[in-house]
Design a protein around this ligand. Sequence first.
Ligand code: GLP
Length: 245
Amino acid sequence: MRTIRCKNYEEMSRRAADVIAAQLILDPKTVLGLATGTTPVGCYQRLIELNREGAIDFSEVSTYNLDEYRGLTHDDPQSYHYFMADQLFNHVNIKAANTHVPDGSNPDAASACAEYDHMVENAGYVDLQLLGIGNNGHIGFNEPCSDFPVGTHCVDLTESTIRANSRLFEREEDVPRQAYTMGVGTIMKARRVLVLASGEAKADAVRAMCYGPVEPGCPASALRLHPDCIVIADEAALSKCPEGL
Ligand code: GLP
């Protein structure tokens, strides 16, 4: 695990976009794994600028998102389908058919998850996986539990995640209680992983990811076993890690 220490959110976002841009320049047919949440928004804005400037091209890129709330239709403004279109896809020259998000509108969890696993596998898995991290160390929607889930599965969201994500909903009751998420096993199959973290609220999770035991109580800790994982984090997110990380 390599760490790139940044002064603040802006620098973290710029550096993350630079790593993704380098990947797209080296391989225009890159399979990108993408994340939602507020953390990657600055990185997506920078990617949009780079695309407008002609520095990067999405025309042959395909994307697979980590997760989606169960029970939301694709056009629901709270869905991750909508978020990705709004924050990135509608503003770059990517083909809509090349973008993929688990189908939260399919109530049949087993078929929605199996279908998604099949798509990711057929794509040859992800070249570069972008991740945020939850306050409790979750990645995608892999919540702390007793084992590392392998493939896409339906999860019951923890109270802490529901509370954290409720800031993006009108009322806490509106936050869906379940989600479909890629498993930790699928995330680990990505050839390179890029984890972004910003702000003091992430400091405990970042410390557990980088220094705690590798165990499913902190799903992000699995990334320590990944051969090419880069953490790009700001001072506040690294504030509970030893100096010089
Ligand atoms: C959600 C998403 C995760 C994301 C996490 C942190 O639960 N499923 O992929 O990393 O939130 O979100 P934020 O970046 O807003 O702190």
